[in-house]
Design a protein. Structure first.
Length: 236
């Protein structure tokens, strides 16, 4: 896991998001909730894509809200060794990728709880103009991958963030491939976890991991090509 300890937020004069880019280039935050490890796997692929493009990245996880006995009945895996994100951590980064395990075709309550705690950032427009993307995991093909993206969009819009879809750039052959069942769409990378009495029965495939890595690379490139010096000079 890569930690960003060199950059600090540049104060804004009007409340809008400002760049934290230092001499080492843009910094990306990947913010996830994972239960069975599928989102962790995608997050690591996204991280690899960002780093391959020359970017700095930190993976965070949101706080768990379910008690241990419930998690045990859900066959949850131990949490990964990522820092638990606080709202102010979002200000340390120039772009944000959000990864979630879907719950009934929506973001899980744990991720919603975190974003519900960012009210002060919304009131001060601290995230306005910041680039954001997403990736998801669902139980299967009918699990609502695109609907889960829709559920995230409302939060992004209320913060004034700029959503960056994956699109088909560099991924058209992956996303349109019929060689295997796979998740992902122009909205963002995705995987299917499978279902079963003992918990999920499937892991991310080669295509799904390649799409996630490409999304990380492309997202970083979009953040990096933003003319931050002009925005800062304009006090945006």
């Amino acid at each position: 896991m890569s930690q960003d300890t060199t950059s600090s937020a540049i104060p804004s004069t009007n409340g809008a998001a400002t760049s934290v880019i230092g001499t080492e280039g843009p910094s990306i935050a990947i913010v996830i909730y994972t239960l069975h490890g599928h989102v962790t796997t995608l997050a690591e692929a996204e991280k690899a894509g960002i780093e391959a493009a020359g970017g700095k990245v930190t993976i965070y996880q949101v706080a768990e809200t379910l008690p241990a006995p419930v998690l045990a009945k859900m066959h949850a895996l131990p949490k990964p060794e990522y820092p638990v994100i606080q709202p102010q951590d979002l200000l340390k980064h120039d772009g944000i990728l959000v990864g979630v395990a879907s719950r009934f075709a929506s973001m899980p309550a744990q991720m919603k709880s975190f974003w519900d705690s960012t009210g002060q950032l919304a009131y001060s427009n601290a995230l306005a103009g910041k680039l954001v993307g997403a990736f998801v995991s669902t139980g299967g093909q009918g699990g609502g991958q695109e609907a889960t993206f829709f559920s995230l969009m409302s939060t992004f819009v209320h913060h004034g963030m700029i959503f960056v879809p994956l699109g088909y750039k560099d991924t058209v052959h992956h996303l349109s491939s019929l060689e295997e069942i796979h998740g992902g769409s122009p909205w963002g990378a995705g995987t299917f976890a499978g279902t079963g009495g003992g918990g999920p029965s499937r892991q991310a495939t080669k295509i799904e991991l390649e799409v996630a890595q490409l999304q990380g690379k492309l997202f970083y490139q979009y953040v990096a090509r933003t003319n931050w010096s002009t925005l800062i000079a304009a006090k945006i």
